[in-house]
Design a protein around this ligand. Structure first.
Ligand code: SF4
Ligand code: SF4
Length: 146
């Protein structure tokens, strides 16, 4: 629906639906409010605690695309250089292999024991696909180097 965050009526359904908010200091409604007034704290680590489960977005009575908005905020944080080291590590994996979790020797062995090819038919097998992934990352100016 893509309703503007400023249409939030502060019902709190998003926070109440949020599995992350139950275990960490992350409050979905607060983030929506901050977005509405243009005061996002990009240094606030809780921004990264959202699991993108979409519970809040499915339940928001105002039809606000909350999760999509959180992803946009994260992208802004990234563009400002506010990205966590584990996320950078994932980007490096993707640049090197095309996978956030590349295949490891143990999985290779298991695949072969099951009669499968050693590598799956992904960027692990098709180098041109991997080059395509790298090109996209480079075009987007994504930091991926050591
Ligand atoms: S569920 Fe929607 S309307 Fe309710 S507080 Fe959250 S963003 Fe606002
Ligand atoms: S998408 Fe994120 S903010 Fe929304 S309920 Fe799930 S974890 Fe919470």
């Amino acid at each position: 629906m893509n309703k503007d965050v400023r249409s939030c009526m502060k019902c709190g359904s998003c926070t109440a639906s949020c599995p992350s908010g139950r275990v960490v200091a992350f409050r979905t409604r607060k983030l929506v409010e901050d977005r509405a007034i243009g005061e996002i704290d990009y240094d606030d680590l809780s921004l990264w605690y959202c699991t993108t489960c979409f519970n809040c977005m499915e339940r928001c009575p105002r039809g606000i695309d909350i999760t999509d908005e959180i992803l946009k905020i994260r992208e802004e944080a990234y563009r400002k250089g506010k990205v966590l080291e584990p996320h950078r590590a994932v980007l490096r994996y993707i640049y090197r292999s095309g996978h956030a979790v590349p295949i490891n020797p143990e999985v290779r062995e298991k695949r072969m024991a099951l009669g499968l090819s050693e590598l799956p038919p992904t960027t692990h097998t098709f180098e041109e696909a991997l080059l395509e992934v790298r090109r996209i990352m480079e075009d987007e100016g994504i930091e991926y180097k050591e």
